[in-house]
Design a protein around this ligand. Structure first.
Ligand code: NI
Length: 139
């Protein structure tokens, strides 16, 4: 069972000032929520280190759809990993560029693999894997 614990933290005054400025910029109204988010972020990161842990995330890709066979290649890769891709959003950014966001879920190792293969495909201008959590294990 989970309750609320209060802790005291000794921290360098300078470091705390910097932290307060940072969290104010990010819109936090108190330190406690900022500390909790930092801890959650570390815990989510930790989950991804284990190749067999179940994870959720997004892969963002930007590419020029005129590059020969690139669309076909990216689609083919996505079909190879269809069980790890829940949904895809495609936006035509301008005449040349496409933005794709894939929602991915599965074993950490496989989700990383599909992201690496897509992002490293020739013609993809930029790509990023964002890791998150299903939230089930976080309060
Ligand atoms: Ni497009």
């Amino acid at each position: 069972m989970s309750g609320l614990s209060r802790i005291g933290v000794a921290i360098d005054t300078n470091l705390l000032s910097k932290f307060d400025r940072l969290i104010a910029q990010r819109g936090y109204t108190n330190r406690s929520e900022a500390f909790r988010d930092l801890i959650r972020d570390e815990l989510v990161e930790k989950t991804w280190e284990s190749p067999d842990s179940q994870v959720v995330g997004t892969v963002t890709l930007v590419y020029d759809h005129h590059v020969r066979l690139l669309n076909e290649k990216l689609t083919s890769i996505q079909h190879d990993f269809h069980h790890a891709i829940l949904s895809t959003l495609h936006v035509h950014l301008d005449h040349d560029n496409c933005l794709e966001v894939l929602v991915v879920r599965g074993r950490s190792a496989e989700v990383r693999k599909v992201a690496d293969v897509l992002i490293s495909t020739k013609g993809v201008k930029h790509g990023r894997l964002t890791i998150t959590t299903s939230g089930a294990e976080l309060k």
